[in-house]
Design a protein around this ligand. Structure first.
Ligand code: AMP
Ligand code: MG
Length: 336
């Protein structure tokens, strides 16, 4: 009897100590946003700490405000080339590829324009047409040359990783989890979700997609092993003296914040970088061009919610998506 009681206590102790060791959650601030890391498996706490350290290190390279960062040094440079880290050159090479692919709807050199409108420091204002025209001359990703770890562009050009940094960081996080034997993790980098494997119960994760038009969840998505990244005008915007609301996503061709039929775009992809870059670029394109783009490059899934409350989603999400609100129209997009 004594042995039975003892083994009961040992088993109970093992169960609780294992379940404690096997699950970890860690929240912190980085990249100007609130991040939460959740992972399940051996040494989960330790691995989460490793991921946090890697994201913080990446932030110290990509930040435009930290004086030692690659981006800070690039933006202040008068002499080129500038030596940068492996992460920075990898990110810039990928940025150029996305610009080519999206006909420059995405452009990492937009920073002088974004800065002028006040989106970097909160001093929001409507610049003059002349000022925008002058700054647009500095916007051209084609002028960036990357030779291994050396970067060259025209003096006066400036870069910012705001549209891709969190997706890129999510990819690095997933790599670290995999290397450390973790098979189930969810990374929430300020609403950018990146998933490794299935949830700890062996099922798809359930992700909520915000309604960009009012404060509620619009859609529930059941997915695994992917990034789910949304660009929305509701995330950051200001009302100018002319009474109009201007958002933080810009059209690199006009130097103006985007004002088209889209309220939000969500991209679901294996790669966080790709999903982050594309969600921004597809937002710039508007609904029709975004759908045409997907038909030509259908290696990702996409959800668009328009300002008139119509929902478009790609056929790969059938049976994975359920509406939590009413839409004016629902269209399932097929590649053919
Ligand atoms: P996201 O929320 O991922 O769509 O990224 C928006 C951020 O990326 C903005 O705050 C800007 O810093 C930057 N940005 C805005 N428009 C663009 C664009 N068309 N291409 C590249 N970066 C952009
Ligand atoms: Mg983005």
């Amino acid at each position: 009897m004594k042995a039975k009681i003892l083994s009961f206590f040992i088993l109970t102790f093992l169960f609780f100590s294992c379940s404690k060791k096997d699950e970890a959650s860690l929240s912190f601030l980085a990249m100007d946003t609130f991040m939460t890391l959740k992972c399940y498996g051996k040494e989960a706490h330790k691995v989460n700490q490793k991921v946090k350290a890697a994201i913080e290190e990446l932030d110290s390279k990509l930040s435009v405000t930290l004086s030692e960062s690659d981006f800070y040094r690039l933006n202040k440079a008068k002499d080129f080339p500038v030596k940068v880290s492996d992460d920075c050159s990898e990110l810039l090479i990928n940025c150029k590829k996305i610009s080519e692919l999206t006909d420059a709807a995405f452009d990492v050199t937009l920073y002088p324009v974004v800065k002028e409108w006040g989106f970097t420091n909160g001093n929001y204002h409507l610049p003059s047409e002349n000022k925008i025209e002058e700054l647009l001359k500095k916007v051209d990703y084609k002028k960036i040359q990357i030779d291994k770890n050396e970067v060259t562009f025209e003096p006066g050009q400036m870069l910012d990783s705001g549209a891709v940094g969190k997706g890129f960081a999510g990819d690095k996080a997933i790599e670290i989890y995999k290397k450390n034997g973790i098979k189930s993790a969810m990374v929430d980098l300020g609403g950018n979700i990146q998933l490794l494997g299935k949830n700890p119960y062996g099922k798809d994760w359930k992700i909520g997609i915000k309604n960009p038009l009012q404060n509620e969840i619009a859609l529930a998505l059941k997915v695994s092993n992917c990034a789910v990244i949304t660009s929305g005008g509701y995330e950051r915007n200001f009302k100018a003296d002319d009474g109009k609301t201007y958002i933080h996503i810009f059209d690199p061709k006009t130097g103006f914040p985007v004002d088209n039929d889209i309220a939000s775009v969500t991209v679901i992809s294996d790669s966080g970088f790709y999903a982050d870059a594309l969600s921004t670029a597809l937002f710039v394109m508007g609904q029709k061009k975004a759908v045409d783009f997907w038909k030509k490059n259908c290696n990702f899934q996409m959800i668009i919610i328009t300002k008139d409350k119509a929902l478009f989603y790609t056929e790969g999400l059938k049976n994975k998506i359920s509406a939590c609100t009413d839409f004016s129209k629902v269209t399932v997009l097929s590649a053919l």
